[in-house]
Design a binder for this molecule. Sequence first.
Ligand code: SF4
Ligand code: SF4
Length: 254
Amino acid sequence: MFERIQELVNNEGISLMGVAPVDRFEGAPRGHHPKDFIPTTKSIVVFGIGLLPAAVAHGDLMCDSEIFSESLRKKVGQDYLYALSAYEIPNALLERVAMRSALMLQQAGYNTFYFPVTFGLLVRPITADMPDVFAPFSHRHAAVRAGLAEFGLNNIVVTPRFGPRVRFTSLVTEAELPPTPLLKEKVCLGNACAACVESCPAKAITISAGIEEDLFWLNPPSRTNKKSCVDSARTRFCRGICQKVCPVHEGIWG
Ligand code: SF4
Ligand code: SF4
């Protein structure tokens, strides 16, 4: 049955998949541990899609347009082309694959739950009422624990293949699936790089005091002021700039 999930993932063009045994989630916040969704959870499966470089570089699209004013060009680039091509549409594919995988596991007799991606545009009315935005389940923490990434100074996760330009979703299941090993080496280049922090026009990312540069970051080494981030994206159209500048990637990315 796990082979059927791997086949689905390959056929659907999902870029990354990893499995974390539940014991890697020790210390998760109360109410947000995998067992807070299914008490008998044994495995967490994480799916990721690497984003298209041109979509992340939305600020560079249609430069010198003779049709759109500069402000309209930026708005269309960020709130339409990027929002759909690098956000809602990859999210929809991730949710579809997670749902189909969850159904396969459930039909094989394992209680399983899949999560939607974290707060897409369709559910913005929910996040509008939150003083700060926290997901029910952290796909970032799950991706690190499933051996797909390390937390980066950007306060999102960095994969060896796509850097931070990945969307994720996850499922939790009673099935005991073959775990993916944790990454052995650091991926984020740390303070020697810090391009993500320096590129942020809102100075919304703050590096935590006392971070240990040489350790593999299983948890975030920084915080993001989410209100500043949202406000800045609205006024400066900087959504994803902190991802675009990250030098980590393999092959021909960007
Ligand atoms: S999206 Fe914009 S404001 Fe938010 S962290 Fe990235 S660069 Fe900064
Ligand atoms: S831009 Fe540099 S510091 Fe930021 S996440 Fe990427 S490698 Fe780490």
